[in-house]
Design a protein. Structure first.
Length: 361
């Protein structure tokens, strides 16, 4: 079986952590909780981080067993397919949200007009190819460009230091607003859920599993620093700036003889978006082929058709997609991000106890 290394698994984690948090989210969160959004972010990351040890433990207990087979064995076919159906919706809207936000960013910054056909032609074949070649191949691609993406991200943060910044004003929001903001932005998290779908494809070498925590801290740390610098730069107008990573470079796009520096943010966002869409579309197709007795071709075609139809007919408006992620998608995220890991934790506990009793006997 073709497996991916711990390092490749780690870079996938970082791309998932960046998903839907580095452009629009800082602005949206600021509307409700101002600079205290950093604390909301940290708490949501903390809740998310609990999923990683559950994944590691599940992998160590079941070794090379598929996630679908584990659920089917413990919960039965009906509940397993219901969970996978929820995962299909989860990954699909993750992918659609990433595309919608990035599309609007590039439309504002480069094209100044609608270019949806060009965007679909550029993105869909690439992410379709990633699904066909498998997780090992696109994980290698992400690994190859990881340092470049990381360098671009850090460069955007560093360049912002050459612009006027001051300490954000904290502790200005109420507890109600804090909890409300947490609930609204839950869908942007669940960054470790994808790992369960590929758990049978991850090569857990002894002594290297802790690297996953290192990669997670890198991703989380960069997002937290981004939020802090963004709020430090835009004290009262953060809600007006919808492209946080790129907006850090505003007022510093001309730097001596180098010329315009916003190209750094554009390239970084382009690569990150492409990798995220590959990950989420693969998650959709992986769930699809487990629910329905069809191959990847049908899964990819189904993804493309639904993606185009929903984007044009139902969610073609940018505001509609964003509002969906804030109001009804959080309820799906609560199940996927928290209830499902609890179910897995119970399954593991029962399995480990049963094995111990069998050894005693």
């Amino acid at each position: 079986m073709k497996q991916i290394s711990i390092r490749q698994c780690g870079v996938i984690i970082v791309m998932c952590i960046f998903a839907n948090k580095i452009l629009l989210m800082p602005s949206l969160m600021y509307e409700k909780t101002s600079a205290d959004s950093i604390f909301v972010l940290l708490l949501l990351f903390l809740l998310d981080a609990i999923i990683l040890p559950i994944f590691i433990k599940l992998k160590s207990v079941y070794k090379d067993k598929k996630f679908y087979d584990i659920l089917k064995e413990k919960l039965g076919t009906f509940f397993t397919k219901a969970i996978y159906l929820a995962l299909i919706v989860f990954f699909f809207f993750k992918c659609l949200l990433v595309f919608s936000i990035t599309y609007v960013y590039f439309k504002q910054q480069i094209y100044q007009d609608e270019f949806i056909f060009l965007a679909l032609i550029a993105f869909l074949p690439v992410i379709n190819h990633a699904v066909f070649v498998g997780v090992r191949s696109f994980a290698r691609t992400i690994e190859m460009f990881f340092l470049i993406v990381l360098a671009g991200f850090i460069a955007c943060l560093a360049i912002s230091l050459f612009t006027p910044i001051s300490t954000p004003i904290f502790f200005s929001s109420s507890a109600q607003d804090f909890l409300y903001s947490m609930h609204n932005h839950i869908f942007a998290f669940g960054d470790f859920i994808f790992l369960f779908l590929i758990m049978d494809k991850v090569d857990f070498k002894k002594g290297k599993v802790k690297q996953l925590y290192g990669y997670s801290l890198v991703g989380i740390g960069l997002v937290v620093v981004l939020f802090y610098l963004f709020y430090a730069k835009y004290q009262t107008t953060a809600f007006m700036h919808n492209n946080a990573l790129a907006d850090l470079l505003v007022f510093s796009v001309q730097f001596n003889a180098i010329g315009r520096l916003d190209i750094i943010a554009m390239l970084t966002i382009m690569f990150i978006t492409l990798f995220q869409m590959e990950i989420f579309s693969y998650g959709f197709c992986e769930c699809f082929v487990n629910i329905f007795p069809l191959n990847k071709i049908f899964a990819v075609v189904t993804f493309d058709v639904i993606f185009c139809i929903l984007y044009y007919v139902f969610i073609g408006r940018y505001e509609t997609m964003v509002m969906s992620s804030l109001f009804w998608l959080p309820y799906l995220a609560i199940f996927i991000n928290y209830i499902l890991p609890i179910i897995l934790l119970v399954i593991m506990t029962i399995t480990v106890r049963r094995k111990r009793l069998e050894k005693k006997d």
